[in-house]
Design a protein around this ligand. Structure first.
Ligand code: PXP
Length: 265
């Protein structure tokens, strides 16, 4: 029973800092605290428009953070150059559209196969472990394996939306789709991660279906999930309970869910 590793996404600390255009709160200080509180990986997304994490943050993260960095980026020459220069341990390639509030869909590996394959090869040569953020779609999973990725992160957004909407039937359907996708990816030799929109069920976040089970627990219970990447709801939770406690709460939730699933299974 290995609980999934927790990648803490610190983008929203940078969003808060940038709201005043200054130095506070410092996302690197948040990353340090997250590591002290049990984060296994620090995740960040350097967007084309630099709306949260900035180039200077990436330099400081690399110099100051001792756990693996998971650098999320679009498949562009600019980003590949920065990643080659930074050499983070992990890279997660994501789609990016300027107008979106957050990463909305998965990467279309099928539609831009040559480009993604070229990026996987460049990043592997730079010593990075490459993950592709995709929907739980067998064609995208097969293309990811063929493109040379080591891992896929399956998009839990559809499940998370159903969970916030308290739509039990949709939650169960999305959970089954996610599980099938994870198993399919495993069968292709890919390491499997999950993330996007995951939250806790409690009085502060206040959505619960599936008998009160959180979206984080629903996903963490799946034995194929080796890593969870969580940002918005974790930073949101820390507004109420503090960041150290928020990370402890998410980690405990994942461990509890995996342990309970192992006992049932
Ligand atoms: N995984 C990927 C690839 C993402 O792009 C994001 C959002 O930046 C997350 C996980 C975390 O999503 P959320 O902030 O909704 O927890």
């Amino acid at each position: 029973m290995d609980a999934p590793l927790l990648g803490v996404n610190i983008d929203h600390v940078a969003t808060l800092r940038n709201a005043r255009g200054g130095y506070f709160p410092d996302p690197i200080a948040a990353a340090q605290l997250a590591v002290e509180a049990g984060a296994d990986i620090i995740t960040f997304h350097l967007r084309e428009d630099r709306r949260h994490i900035k180039d200077e943050d990436v330099v400081r993260l690399k110099a100051e953070i001792q756990v693996p960095l998971n650098f999320e980026a679009a498949v562009t020459d600019e980003m590949l150059d920065i990643i080659e220069h930074t050499r983070p341990e992990h890279v997660c390639l994501v789609p990016e559209r300027r107008q979106e509030v957050t990463t909305e869909g998965g990467l279309d590996v099928v539609g831009q196969f040559a480009r993604v394959q070229g990026a996987c090869s460049r990043l592997a040569q730079a010593g990075c472990r490459v993950s592709l953020f995709i929907g739980a779609d067998p064609a995208q999973i097969d293309a990811s394996a063929k493109a040379g990725a080591t891992c896929v992160e399956l998009h839990t957004g559809p499940l998370a939306h159903a969970w916030w909407d308290k739509d039990e039937a949709r939650v169960q359907a999305e959970l089954a789709r996610l599980r099938t996708g994870l198993q399919h990816a495993r069968a292709q030799g890919l390491r499997t991660h999950a993330g996007h929109g995951l939250a806790l069920s409690n009085a502060l976040s206040a959505s619960a279906v599936s008998g009160g089970v959180s979206s984080t627990a629903l996903v963490a219970a799946l034995p194929e999930v080796a890593e969870l990447h969580i940002g918005h709801a974790l930073i949101g939770h820390s507004v109420f309970v503090g960041m150290r406690q928020a990370i402890a709460d998410f980690k405990a939730e994942a461990i509890r869910a995996r342990r309970a699933a192992a006992m049932v299974g």
